[in-house]
Design a protein around this ligand. Structure first.
Ligand SMILES: C[S@@+](CC[C@H](N)C(=O)[O-])C[C@H]1O[C@@H](n2cnc3c(N)ncnc32)[C@H](O)[C@@H]1O
Length: 283
């Protein structure tokens, strides 16, 4: 007999899932957040997610390294903008928490940092309690919303309660825009969000790319099928066009973004990276 529980839930183990998972979270269908969690070595995933992950990794074995580099990019970019005085974050495409999430990295340097996380997937909502944890000096909130509706995100009361959008904010679009199809206008979505930011705000953006081998990239992206989102890997030029109305900081849109010369995390390779990250400032 299935049992409905109100959020926030504890994420059940795989064995418990069939009896306690809320009905809107279907563990037999692959979810983007859980596929990603599996590729990063997390435990919050199910057989359907692991099958998609295995197929993507078969087509693009270096994808796991790329995803780990992406997490390193996220952490570096958060530190970069906090060091330049921006302590408010709008992080869209939260994912399932791993170590070193935006609020943890930001609040380590600036305990008063405020973070609004946004994700459209109920599975991520199930983890929201972990994201809310903090030492009470800053604030963290989680909003379930869709990147394809930027106006709804910007006007959400929960976000306005935590962030002052009249002051600089770091907008994080990290490893999410490849889940927006061309016909959903990813460039226009970024432009609408950037337009709402105060001067002095930052855009932190990373994106999967097929540049190392377009045919292999297309095959890998095609494996991300039947999941909660499809994947569109793009070229450097296409991703660069997302930085409109903002000024890229050095070193630009690159595979190994490291302006402060931090050491790479152990075991990472800089060869064959299937993605780029960049940080830009709004003047
Ligand atoms: C690959 S994870 C990235 C997590 C984190 N930003 C990182 O880079 O480690 C992508 C996340 O974006 C979310 N996502 C995908 N499409 C979305 C959409 N249209 N609106 C909101 N969230 C979305 C997924 O549910 C998933 O949690």
């Amino acid at each position: 007999m299935s049992e409905r529980r109100e959020p926030p839930w504890r994420l059940p183990t795989a064995a418990e899932a069939e009896t306690v998972m809320p009905p809107e979270i279907d563990t037999t269908k692959p979810h983007t957040a859980r596929i990603y969690d599996y590729m990063l070595g997390g435990k919050d995933n199910f057989e359907a997610d692991r099958q998609v992950a295995a197929q993507v990794l078969q087509a693009i074995p270096d994808m796991q390294n790329t995803l780990r580099l992406n997490r390193q990019f996220l952490r570096r970019a958060v530190r970069y903008t906090v060091r330049r005085g921006v302590t408010q974050f709008l992080d869209i495409g939260t994912g399932i928490p791993t170590a070193g999430n935006t609020h943890e990295v930001a609040q380590e340097l600036a305990p008063e940092a405020r973070i609004a996380y946004v994700d459209h997937d109920p599975i991520v909502l199930a983890h929201a309690r972990a994201l809310m944890a903090g030492d009470g000096r800053g604030r963290t909130t989680f909003v379930q919303a869709d990147l394809r509706e930027p106006e709804k995100i910007l006007s959400a009361t929960e976000i306005q309660n935590v962030l002052d959008l009249d002051k600089p904010v770091t907008l994080m679009l990290v490893s999410i825009l490849h889940f927006i199809r061309d016909d959903e206008d990813p460039h226009g979505i970024v432009a609408r969000l950037v337009d709402a930011l105060a001067p002095g705000s930052y855009l932190v953006l990373s994106h999967a790319s097929l540049d190392p081998n377009p045919q292999q990239g297309a095959e890998g992206a095609a494996q991300w099928r039947n999941a909660s989102s499809t994947m569109t890997m793009r070229s450097h030029a296409d991703i660069l066009r997302m930085f409109q109305g903002v000024e890229l900081v050095e070193p630009g849109l690159v595979s190994d973004w490291n302006p402060d010369g931090e050491p790479d995390e152990p075991g990472l390779s800089l060869a064959n990276v299937w993605g780029y990250g960049g940080v830009a400032v709004k003047r």
